[in-house]
Design a protein around this ligand. Structure first.
Ligand code: NAD
Length: 473
């Protein structure tokens, strides 16, 4: 039976539940209301935490093999609902159907791949006196706070590591995109004991209720740096474990020896995918002065042909930005184009439309201290800047509080490696950008985050390290 995407519930203790109050988000392509969703209260959260704590007693004792089996069956259910989830994702997030399908597909891949990673026990000492084993034990109830840009992949990227390592998880989707998150928990019901995978939706006050809750042991948060600081302060009160995946202002450095025809489509896609609302998009593009003019001409020609249309249009590449808050933020940033006397190579004006559409905009060599270089736009506006000296461009790339990721593009791999080795960021790529894998830890340096998700290291962040001493004598 196809997944019903007309009615939405919380998932608490293995059951679909409703709340007295409901709300709805909107479809950013046409501002029409999407269906009603629950507005959860402290009592709803308390019930979910109680169920999770109860579930922890047995789930934490199941074997990795049992958990893997449950997760793989869950992955099959997500895959079976791929078409419905894809359409729902476009309707709530705005991204084109093709990109939504890729996101749902990635979620299935993550669900199938993460539980193939073995979490090791390490013998640290084994002699006549004692054997000492370091191992990872589940830590308790996890709270997963998800943003609105990748509501499916980022929810699954928290659910699977939590439950695979033996922890129940309570998912809190963004109020802007609650729909797929609730459905992902609904799809989990037949595969896990009650209380293991739960989801509750609500308004802006629900996140702080999770971070304050004494019954939650870990928060995995993905969102803005400003909110991340509040999450950490709140978690400190109960000494919750925290993983913070925060904002980025990724630099890409293009050397003068690149093959322009080859790289321009990739650089453009890694700058404007999902209307640039990805933490790890190229947000500052440094191009060597020797090729700057030619690069800019070709880049603009490519980007101006990327279709801007609602996500359901067959050839759409740039959908609307996700919400009115983001749209207004973008408008405010665009207002700096005239006030800072910036030169546009493409776009530059936002005109009213039936959705939150913003044309891709390229700023030609703005000053380093302009807002568009300094701030994370999270909208399709990109500064392209000139460089000539290698040390200088590395310093400019690193001169940011954010250090989520960075890339360098060159045909000379030794040169690229020399530059890459000096760049700040949790991920550094050569001749590409925005590469992620369930097997590769991912996280930010500096104000871009604390801790990592995915890969073995990401899994162990849902565990406590325990040292077991076995005295022999
Ligand atoms: P946001 O910080 O506004 O919200 C993120 C989530 O936190 C939402 O679910 C929200 O309801 C919740 N929240 C809000 N206030 C809270 C509080 N005080 N306590 C607890 N939870 C609270 O971020 P956003 O606008 O949804 O997402 C965009 C930002 O996320 C960008 O800066 C982007 O770079 C960043 N991001 C980072 C990554 C990463 O992995 N590093 C991935 C995607 C997005």
């Amino acid at each position: 039976m196809p997944l019903d995407t007309t009615a939405f519930h919380n998932v608490i203790n293995g059951e679909l539940t409703s709340t007295a109050q409901t709300r709805h988000a909107i479809n950013p392509a046409n501002k029409e209301p999407n269906p009603e969703v629950p507005v959860s209260t402290q009592q709803d959260l308390d019930r979910a935490v109680t169920a999770a704590k109860e579930a922890f007693r047995t789930w934490s004792k199941t074997s990795y093999e049992e958990r893997r089996k449950a997760i793989l069956a869950y992955a099959d259910s997500i895959e079976a609902a791929k078409d419905e989830l894809t359409a729902l994702l476009t309707k709530e997030q705005g991204k084109p159907l093709g990109q939504a399908g890729v996101e749902v597909g990635m979620a299935v891949t993550w669900a199938r791949s993460l539980p193939t990673i073995e979490v090791p026990e390490t013998v640290l000492q084994d002699n006549d006196d004692a054997k000492v084993i370091q191992r990872y034990v589940p830590l308790g109830v996890a709270g997963a706070i998800v943003p609105w840009n990748f509501p499916v992949l980022l929810a699954i990227g928290k659910i699977i590591p939590a439950v695979y390592t033996g922890n129940p998880v309570i998912v809190k989707p963004s109020p802007f995109t609650p729909y797929c998150g609730l459905k992902l928990a609904e799809l989990a019901i037949p595969h896990f004991p009650p209380g293991v995978v739960q989801a509750i939706s609500g308004g802006d006050d629900l996140g702080p209720l999770l971070t304050e809750h004494p019954g939650i042991d870990k928060i995995s948060f993905t969102g803005s740096t400003a909110t991340g600081r509040r999450v950490m302060a709140s978690c400190a009160k109960t000494l919750k474990r925290v993983t913070l995946e925060l904002g980025g202002n990724d630099a890409a450095i293009i050397c003068d020896d690149v093959d322009l025809e080859k790289i321009i489509p990739n650089v453009a896609i890694f700058s404007f995918l999902t209307s640039s609302q990805i933490c790890m998009m190229i947000k500052r593009l440094y191009v060597h002065e020797k090729i700057y003019d030619t690069f800019l001409d070709k880049f603009v020609s490519f980007v101006k042909n990327l279709p801007v249309a609602e996500g359901t249009a067959p050839d759409s590449f740039i959908g609307p930005v996700q919400n009115s808050m983001q749209y207004e933020k973008a408008k405010n940033l665009f207002s700096s184009i005239p006030t800072e006397n910036l030169k546009t190579a493409l776009g530059g004006t936002i005109t009213d439309s039936k959705g939150f559409f913003i044309p891709p905009t390229i700023i030609d060599n703005p000053p380093e201290d302009s807002r568009v270089v300094q701030e994370e736009p999270f909208a399709p506006i990109l500064p392209v800047l000139k460089w000539s000296d290698e040390d200088d461009v590395i310093a400019r790339a690193n001169a940011s509080d954010s250090a989520l990721a960075a890339s360098v593009w060159s045909s000379d791999l030794d040169r690229a490696r020399r530059i890459a080795d000096q760049l700040h960021g949790g991920s550094v790529w050569i001749n590409t950008h925005f590469q992620v894998s369930p097997f590769v830890p991912f996280g930010g340096h500096k104000a871009s985050g604390i801790g990592t998700e995915w890969g073995l290291q990401g899994l162990t962040q849902y565990c406590n390290s325990q040292s077991l001493w076995i005295k022999k004598a």
